[in-house]
Write a protein that binds this ligand. Structure first.
Ligand SMILES: O=c1ccn([C@H]2C[C@H](O)[C@@H](COP(=O)(O)OP(=O)(O)OP(=O)(O)O)O2)c(=O)[nH]1
Length: 222
């Protein structure tokens, strides 16, 4: 199946500024590609990174726009954007995974990440540590009284410093080599609803009306 893709000449930044891709980005738009024979998805290469301070989001530009077209039966296609497995080694996640690129979308494909630790929470804890530190200095308590508390405080400080470092290091580079997610195009077959008059008309099944997660046990079994 052939799908139309366009390498954008300009991209719109979070500030609203529209910039020339060739001049502004270190890397030029790269067509997604299968990494290995038989891979289900194509790898997506980012060309520009932005941190959305307002929403605490990490946004990657791809410099690509699509017309994903129709399937063999004339039904609209959809593009799914899925995280890579290697993302699980970091504190980042794709909050809308699997992301959806709709049939009619002609804007730039953007890939969004968040960090599992909220930036605001980390800043709040860091500020609290500073305040406690200052209070302790002014109270001139003997070491014997604050020894254990100091140790705990140092541990919290080390943890927050570590988290802060991870927060400010984006998960992927825009160097033309890093792949920030993977995409697959599927048919988004149209459905229509057939409303029935009684629940029996839905038909019998082994699970029946057993609740969410109650059916099979497994990993989450209490
Ligand atoms: O990770 C994503 C997800 C979506 N999009 C683009 C393509 C998609 O067609 C459009 C709208 O996305 P979606 O339908 O998920 O957004 P929504 O929150 O449902 O808003 P809308 O009411 O505009 O559909 O944004 C991306 O570039 N990256």
């Amino acid at each position: 199946m052939e799908v139309k893709v366009f390498k954008l000449k300009e991209i719109k930044l979070l500030s609203g500024d529209v910039v020339d891709v060739e001049q502004y980005c270190n890397v030029q738009p790269i067509l997604p590609a299968y990494g290995k024979e038989g891979d289900a998805c194509m790898d997506v290469y980012p060309i520009h990174y932005e941190y959305d301070r307002d929403k605490d989001r990490h946004i990657y530009h791809t410099g690509l726009a699509f017309n994903i077209g129709d399937d063999a039966n004339g039904e609209p296609n959809e593009m799914s954007l899925r995280p890579r497995s290697n993302l699980t080694k970091s504190d980042f996640y794709m909050p809308n995974a699997p992301g959806t690129l709709d049939w009619g979308y002609r804007g730039e494909l953007l890939i969004i990440f968040k960090n599992r630790t909220s930036r605001d929470l980390v800043h709040a804890v860091s500020t609290l540590i500073e305040i406690v530190d200052k209070l302790r200095e002014h109270m001139h308590l003997p070491d014997s009284m604050v020894g254990n508390a100091r140790l705990k405080l140092n541990n919290v400080r080390a943890t927050t410093t570590n988290i802060l470092g991870k927060l400010s290091t984006p998960p992927y580079n825009c160097d033309g080599k890093d792949r920030c997610c993977q995409l697959i195009i599927n048919s988004a077959q149209r459905i229509t609803w057939k409303e029935v008059k009684s629940i029996e008309e839905l038909g019998e099944s082994e699970r029946g009306n057993k609740g969410f997660g109650e059916g099979t046990g497994g990993a989450a079994k209490a």
